[in-house]
Structure formats: C-alpha cells, structure tokens
Design a protein around this ligand. Structure first.
Ligand code: ZN
Length: 143
C-alpha cells in the first residue's frame, strides 16, 4: 500500500465557533491547546468550558503534541488511502484523529506519534499525528 501523505489543503473545513476560536488561533501559530479542569486537574478532549468529569471550570494549556496510537483503521479503498485513529495524548485524553505521513502497514497500537497540523481547504489547521522516528527526542511544550 502507498504511503499516506499529510494531505495538506485537502481536509474538510472544521465548523468555526466562538468556543474553538482560541484553539484555531493557537494552532495557526503551531501550538496545540487542550483544556484542563481547574478543580479536578484532568485534561480532556474536545475542549469544553465545563469539565466533563466534575463540571468544574476549565482553562487552556499548551499540550506536548505527543501521544500513542490507542486504536486505528486504514481506509484502503479510498482513492487516496487514509487512517482513522484514536490517539491517547501524553496529557491523558484520547482523541479521534488521523495518522498521516506514514506507511499504513507499519502502524501499530501503542506506537508513539506526534502532532502535525494539516490544513483544511480554507486553511484552518487540522490536528493530525505522524509516527515518531526512533531517533527523535521527546518534544514537549516550548519552555
Ligand atoms: Zn474536573
């Protein structure tokens, strides 16, 4: 099977909303934001103003962009093969996403992946993940 590219500029446009505007603005600068509860301390995905665990207030924080593949499938019959994957972030939440820039036959559950932003048709950043190369250092947020 052929390698799956980033497909930059070929993703559906995410719906714009006031709630997602800070996420999109940060993503345009290459930063990946999550929301974390100020009461119980848990991070979650997708971003919500109230914690899905305890209904506490939440705040934005910059995430590392590191994760591991929890589960995935390869849509091999598409004209351009693609993946649908659940990735568990280093911060805890699991998100529905896509693994790109990869050989789909070399993917595995538990494999380390790193965030990469693709662009939708209108240029909005779309959070995807790519495999971490064996000699790559952990990323972590810029300090
Ligand atoms: Zn909470």
């Amino acid at each position: 099977m052929t390698r799956i590219p980033l497909r930059d500029g070929d993703w559906p446009d995410p719906p714009a909303s006031p709630d997602s505007a800070p996420f999109v603005a940060a993503a345009r600068e290459g930063r990946f934001l999550l929301r974390r509860c100020t009461a119980c301390g848990k991070a979650h995905w997708y971003p919500r103003t109230l914690c899905p665990f305890c209904l506490g207030e939440t705040a934005w924080e910059e995430a590392s962009g590191d994760g591991t593949i929890y589960s995935y499938t390869v849509l091999a019959r598409e004209e351009q093969p693609r993946t649908v994957a659940y990735v568990t972030l280093a911060e805890g939440p699991t998100m529905l996403t896509s693994v790109v820039e990869c050989d789909p036959q070399a993917l595995a559950i538990g494999q380390p992946v790193r965030l990469v932003f693709a662009r939708s048709r209108d240029g909005t950043p779309v959070p995807c993940f790519r495999p971490v190369e064996a000699d790559e250092a952990p990323a972590g947020p810029a300090s």
